[in-house]
Structure formats: structure tokens, C-alpha cells
Design a protein around this ligand. Structure first.
Ligand SMILES: [Zn+2]
Ligand SMILES: [Zn+2]
Length: 109
């Protein structure tokens, strides 16, 4: 899983624990690379434990668990997310097709 902010790929640490941080953002598990941890107030963008304010959360099927205090809450899913998942490739194809149609429309006249 790449960094949610910059898309960097996680590399295996030579030894010891990975400097990458896990968190939950908009009810989905995300990873934050060491670079983004340094340059940005990334914790402000992540979901927090409602019990202890920790950002080190783990998102499982339908629930979010705090790794610090163990508090578990049900994951809220918004209406928009409850539908079938779109594949990125398909979305790109649709966007490309739209651009072709729009380009044709605007070039005419
Ligand atoms: Zn990053
Ligand atoms: Zn907690």
C-alpha cells in the first residue's frame, strides 16, 4: 500500500521497525511515509480515537480499533461509499472518452 499523501511505495526496512505509520482516514486504512510525517501536519488529516485521541488506528471490516487503548468503534460509511467500487482504470477510460467528446464539441464552431 502506498503513502496516501504522495503515493510513495513502502520499502522494506533494512532492520528494525518500519518508519511508516499506519492510520485511518475516512474509514479506510492508510500509510504515511516518513517523508510526509516530517513535512506535514498529517495527523490532523487522520481519524482519531474518540477515547484517547490517538491516530494509530486499525481499520478492519466494519470497525476501527485503536492500537493504543483498544477502543473499538463501528466504521461509519457514507452514502457515496456504499455503492459498488469503481476501478481506477475504468474511471480513467470514462474521463478520456469524456475529454474526446468535449474536445469535439468545443472545436466545432
Ligand atoms: Zn508520503
Ligand atoms: Zn484510543
Amino acid at each position: 500500500m502506498p503513502c496516501y499523501r504522495c503515493g510513495a511505495r513502502q520499502t522494506d526496512p533494512a532492520r528494525g521497525a518500519s518508519p511508516w505509520t499506519r492510520g485511518v482516514r475516512h474509514e479506510s486504512q492508510v500509510l504515511v511515509c516518513p517523508q510526509c510525517q516530517r513535512i506535514h501536519d498529517w495527523q490532523a488529516e487522520l481519524d482519531r480515537c474518540e477515547n484517547c485521541d490517538e491516530t494509530a488506528l486499525v481499520c478492519r471490516l466494519g470497525e476501527v480499533e485503536c492500537r493504543r487503548c483498544g477502543h473499538v468503534r463501528a466504521a461509519r460509511r457514507t452514502e457515496a461509499e456504499s455503492g459498488p467500487e469503481e476501478s481506477p482504470e475504468l474511471t480513467q477510460e470514462v474521463a478520456a472518452a469524456l475529454n474526446r467528446v468535449l474536445g469535439r464539441l468545443t472545436s466545432r464552431g
